[in-house]
Design a protein around this ligand. Structure first.
Ligand SMILES: NC(=O)c1ccc[n+]([C@@H]2O[C@H](COP(=O)([O-])OP(=O)(O)OC[C@H]3O[C@@H](n4cnc5c(N)ncnc54)[C@H](O)[C@@H]3O)[C@@H](O)[C@H]2O)c1
Length: 250
């Protein structure tokens, strides 16, 4: 039993990291989950966690930036579960980390395609059902790179700021239908994403620059995301929660 009983969540990129932790937390609080990812093995593992929590899971495998495939995944999910009540736009790719002069068109297109195009058109596919039901919760996953910016992170900074700004606009646009749209902007979080770029020594060094002197666990993002999708956040829209251990305190 939980406040997501009878609700269904579509979580993009939930075959790993923050998306997987969010799927598990939401399932433990009652949600059925459509586990979406490019990576089938990861998605199946997450689906198993949802089922272990006693909820239903389905798996949708496609590129989040493939508009037709995502429309199909949304239609299938609605057919199977009756509705998609919650959307978490979480699928993401790492920052390219290079000086501005070295940014290539491919880097730009990849970051914008996955984060911006994927988020926009997945939301476009899910919103009509939410409007019909006059209810819905959407969370876009941005980053501290989208709020304070990083040196050598042009494409990721830009994409994550776009994801944040789109959510604020949708919060205003969709309020008449009682659809809440919010943002979680994670700080450093121990998932395969940073671990694919940094050694354990580099991660330990970077943690020294965080007031709490550590990276977050994926669950610490999942709790914030689950809150924003819960009835406790019915009056919260267009807001940013940034679990970051104090990194962005000015
Ligand atoms: N980990 C961090 O420190 C951190 C910090 C800030 C923001 N974020 C953001 O959080 C979100 C989750 O990241 P994570 O840390 O859990 O990383 P992760 O690599 O563990 O998970 C990302 C998932 O997205 C999937 N994915 C990537 N491209 C896809 C595509 N085109 N279509 C479908 N699925 C795709 C991957 O297969 C993977 O399962 C991302 O949007 C990321 O940018 C992470």
């Amino acid at each position: 039993m939980g406040y997501f009983d009878g609700r269904t969540a579509l979580i993009t990129g939930s075959g790993s990291g923050i998306g997987r932790a969010t799927a598990r937390i939401m399932a433990e609080r009652g949600a059925n989950v459509i586990v979406h990812d490019l990576n089938r093995a990861g998605a199946e593992e997450t689906a198993e966690l949802v089922r272990k929590a006693g909820r239903k899971a389905s798996v949708a495998i496609c590129d989040v930036s493939d508009i037709a495939a995502m429309r199909n995944a949304v239609a299938e999910g609605e057919k199977q579960f009756g509705a998609i009540d919650i959307l978490v736009n979480n699928a993401g790719v790492p920052s390219d980390r290079c000086p501005l002069e070295e940014v290539t068109e491919e880097m730009f297109e990849r970051s914008m395609r996955v984060h911006v195009k994927g988020t926009l058109f997945t939301t476009q596919a899910v919103v009509p059902g939410m409007k019909r039901r006059m209810a819905g919760k959407i969370v876009n996953i941005s980053s501290i790179q989208g709020t304070v910016g990083y040196a050598n992170g042009a494409t990721y900074n830009g994409a994550k700021a776009a994801v944040l700004a789109m959510a604020k606009g949708w919060a205003k646009e969709l309020a008449p239908w009682k659809i809440n749209v919010n943002i979680v902007a994670p700080g450093h979080c121990l998932t395969p994403m940073p671990m694919s770029k940094d050694s354990p020594e580099t991660i330990a060094k970077k943690a020294e620059g965080i007031p709490f002197k550590r990276y977050a666990q994926p669950e610490e993002m999942g709790y914030a995301i689950a809150y924003l999708c819960s009835p406790e956040a019915d009056f919260v829209t267009g807001q940013v929660i940034s679990p970051n251990g104090g990194y962005t305190i000015i």
